[in-house]
Ligand binder design. Sequence first.
Ligand code: GRF
Length: 211
Amino acid sequence: MPSIVVFASGSGSNFQAVIDAARSGRIPASVAGLITDREGIRAIERAREAGIPVRVIPPGEQPGRQNFAGALLDALNTWKPDLVVLAGYLRRIPPSVIRRYPGRIINIHPALLPDFGGEGFYGMRVHRAVLEAGRETSGCTVHRVTENYDEGPILEQVTVPVHPCDTPETLAARVLEKEHELLPRVIRNLLEGERSSASGNSAAPSSQSQS
Ligand code: GRF
């Protein structure tokens, strides 16, 4: 069975959506591990509750003078994932890690990329910027991770309405609900697409927009 490693830095509700989808068989994969950059976050508790191993790798120099990229690669090498999922991970993935897993790292972003993406667009800042720009719609995007922040090929997006009375928090909650459906669906499509191309069937992953 294919395996997934998730990176998260916070609450881990998307991580939980992946765990639940794998458990129920909606994703044809197992979750091999969680990598995080900090202690004390809810994502770690979720991993422990689910019996999933955790590696906490803070940025900067590591024990034994290993660098950040080396420590990430070491952890990934332990689990040898078929797919790496960034689900609310707040660090830039070093280029050497991206090169080691070409096309196999995906990220979920809480806006309709290419708008409201890139350096500095994370968490509530994204939703605040959408409201300040007066947009009537927002949404979420899953894309492949490349060396250019938030710029990799888009796999799928879901659109949600922005209401006149929205605050960043109400908009974030509406988007997050859609993220929890989108992320497992994209993972399933990718893994099933690979499975059928391995068996000679050329089904491609989906890239349509939904609302
Ligand atoms: C999500 O909005 C995700 O799109 C973004 O960070 C947030 C993480 O939320 N990258 P959670 O930790 O999955 O609850």
